[in-house]
Design a protein around this ligand. Structure first.
Ligand SMILES: C[S@@+](CC[C@H](N)C(=O)[O-])C[C@H]1O[C@@H](n2cnc3c(N)ncnc32)[C@H](O)[C@@H]1O
Length: 653
């Protein structure tokens, strides 16, 4: 896919070890020996170390990302856990509530002093932790609320830059060039060191309360956040597996301010045929000198200490420890600097095509105009049931009911969602059975059905069957629809794609090859096939993954939907899977106020489970709501790739 190599968060200080692991390659070994000889015999030793020390300092301390993204935001007046109480105290102490909705951008400049510190140890060269390299530098940071940011930091003549346009986070270093960060877009850790109190409240509101602890003589409340398994998987690759990433925030009991941040991650690194090594990086920041800027308390000084510990069976000398330090000060901070345009956040062209795109900005004009055209469509636009049951749309001429009283709009924190435009009461009307919405619809359905019947799908079907995959069958149908001109290739683009792990992408690539061969074997080529690229295939599957519905036919007389759902799951009563336009915008809630049902055919009908007020968001439950909190969270995270922040989950139920 021409995907850029993901950004490594590890300093590259295990070059020697890598070379030993791969010593069968003679050239590598002799280069390494030569380099070692130079290192130990020539006076360039000091320079050589100094350069790699710079690399380590800038890689680790320059522009690290926070482990979790800031999308999980609660309305500030809702308090349902101790953590949220602590965050409320923090927002009141900093006065940041007054910035809510008013701040569009933040600008900060500051200075840093970074140092590499010798770790005193048994037989270590120095008796105490003395700095082997200490350099002064400065930085400038821009943030555009909510998730665009840019930082440039210069230290001893070396510059690193990093940024996020809300879709991709990237970093530029003189030694690696431009790289996209692995995983979703996350905030800059520096912004959370007391600089951006709004972001601090947003990231810490779903945190777990861990108790109290004294830090540097200050009694603190401790909140913990952990990167979830999906994020960790996204940040891993076949060589480096991110095992955990946790962060602790220490909030002063006396004044409510964030005074200490501790951030720790563990990575397992293993090249083929070599022993694994483990890297643990712990970064602790003391946050001080809060001063008011436009009435809001902002931290102006701090010290960050980093300890990188490398351990593993192959390190004969035991664990290797590297220590780094940074003292930072803020010189200037301003809100709403005029003239800051979106263009400042456009990433370097090398990462613009990073795939798949995450965290779509649904506010962009491109999507806004498509949202306007969304109507009350409830028929599937892609389904795996047979063509004759691809059915009906509400149609004035048929005398059936008009569009339901709902509209798609932006939610506070979950992207788009569906809202009631008037009060909806809990009775449902029964659909009439109609086979096709029009002659044209029937003609098109026949076109792609005939095409599907012509090809030899045995290899592709075997691939799906042996792995228990059903969504590739929907991609096959969509491909036939596009080729027979019943649908356009970008039909699903408007839907949110799932985040994909490298393993999923490999599996999808295999499926893509088989699908393409099935068409090629029946001499479909050229223009007709031009849309069928690997990127199209993976993009479509990524969207189907979180938007497809499993259709279960429910007898119209069933009133108790939850019991009918349970019954249909037990009896495996699904008749197929389908993707619908409007229903794809329903967000999830573990205590839903609505449910999708299918009566007799593949038309999706919405049933209100309780009275819904005008303006209230309609939410359905994507999973079995009777599971306990942890099971629900793990299903949603593994199956749909998000951490549920509904009120029921936040209350711990
Ligand atoms: C089927 S889509 C729903 C529509 C989506 N909000 C959009 O803008 O297209 C599912 C996605 O919405 C978000 N979402 C839905 N319910 C959520 C919840 N309870 N908590 C957090 N995120 C949620 C997640 O990003 C999830 O992957």
């Amino acid at each position: 896919m021409g995907r850029l190599a993901p950004l490594s968060e590890e300093p590259n200080i295990n070059e020697e070890e890598e070379a030993t692991n791969r010593s069968s390659k003679g050239i590598l070994r002799s280069t390494q020996t030569w380099r070692n000889w130079i290192k130990t015999h020539l006076s360039s030793l000091v320079l050589f170390n100094k350069r790699s020390d710079f690399k380590v300092l800038l890689s680790v301390l320059g522009c690290p990302l926070f482990p979790v993204s800031a999308h999980s935001k609660l309305p500030l007046n809702e308090v349902s856990s101790t953590a949220q109480y602590i965050i409320q105290h923090f927002t009141a102490a900093t006065g940041c509530r007054k910035l809510e909705g008013k701040v569009k951008n933040i600008f900060a400049t500051g200075k840093v002093i970074m140092a590499m510190v010798d770790e005193p140890g048994p037989g270590g060269a120095s008796a105490s932790g003395t700095a082997t390299l200490s350099e002064k530098g400065c930085f400038v940071m821009w943030q555009m609320v909510p998730n665009k940011w840019l930082i440039e930091l210069v230290l001893g003549g070396h510059k690193v830059a990093a940024g996020s346009d809300g879709n991709v986070a990237w970093r530029h270093t003189p030694w690696l060039g431009v790289h996209a960060a692995k995983g979703g877009v996350r905030p800059l850790r520096r912004a959370l060191q007391g600089l951006d109190p709004m972001a601090i409240s947003a990231v810490f509101s779903p945190a777990q309360y861990m108790g109290e602890k004294q830090i540097s003589g200050v009694d603190c409340f401790v909140l913990k956040l952990s990167a979830d398994q999906t994020d960790l998987t996204e940040r891993s690759d076949s060589t480096a597996e991110m095992i955990k990433h946790v962060i602790f925030g220490y909030f002063s009991q006396r004044n409510g301010l964030l005074v200490y941040l501790e951030d720790s991650y563990l990575t397992r690194i293993q090249s083929p045929g070599a022993y694994p090594t483990y890297w643990e990086t712990t970064m602790s920041t003391k946050i001080e000198d809060y001063r008011t800027v436009e009435g809001v308390m902002i931290a102006h000084t701090g010290q960050t200490n980093v300890i990188i510990t490398r351990f593993g069976d192959n390190l004969k000398t035991g664990a290797a420890i590297t220590r780094l330090e940074e003292t930072w000060t803020i010189d200037d901070l301003a809100f709403n600097v005029p003239g800051l345009s979106m263009d400042c956040f456009i990433p370097p062209k090398e990462v613009q095509k990073d795939y798949p795109k995450k965290n779509f900005d649904w506010r962009s004009p491109r999507w806004a105009s498509r949202l306007k055209t969304l109507n009350s469509q409830t028929k599937p636009f892609l389904s795996s049931s047979s063509f004759s049951s691809a059915t009906t749309a509400d149609n004035e001429n048929t005398g059936r009911p008009g569009p339901p009283p709902i509209r798609v709009a932006l939610t506070e924190s979950f992207g788009r969602g569906v809202f009631a435009t008037r009060k909806i009461e809990t009775d449902s009307s029964q659909a009439q059975r109609v086979s096709f919405c029009s002659d044209e619809c029937q003609r098109q359905a026949k076109g792609f059905h005939d095409m599907e019947m012509r090809e030899d799908w045995s290899a592709y079907d075997d691939y799906c069957r042996s792995r228990g995959l059903k969504y590739p069958l929907l991609v096959k149908r969509l491909a036939c629809m596009v080729m027979s001109r019943a649908a356009s290739a970008n039909l699903l683009d408007i839907l949110q794609p799932a985040r994909l792990s490298p393993e999923m992408i490999v599996e999808m690539e295999e499926g893509f090859g088989l699908l393409r061969s099935a068409f090629e074997n029946s001499n479909i080529m050229g223009e007709q096939m031009s849309f069928l690229t690997k990127q199209w295939y993976i993009g479509v599957l990524a969207r189907i993954r979180i938007n497809a519905f499993r259709i279960e036919l429910v007898g119209a007389f069933y009133d108790d939907l939850l019991s009918s759902l349970a019954a249909s799951i037990e009896s495996e009563a699904a008749v197929g899977n389908a993707v619908y336009m409007l229903p794809s915008f329903y967000n999830h809630d573990c205590d839903p106020n609505a449910h999708i049902i299918w009566i007799e055919n593949a038309d999706a009908r919405l049933k209100a489970l309780r009275d819904v007020d005008e303006g209230e968001e309609l939410r359905i439950c994507y999973i079995d709501a009777s599971m306990d909190h942890d099971a629900r969270q793990s299903f949603l995270s593994q199956g749909f790739g998000f951490q549920c922040n509904c009120l029921r989950c936040l209350s711990g139920d």
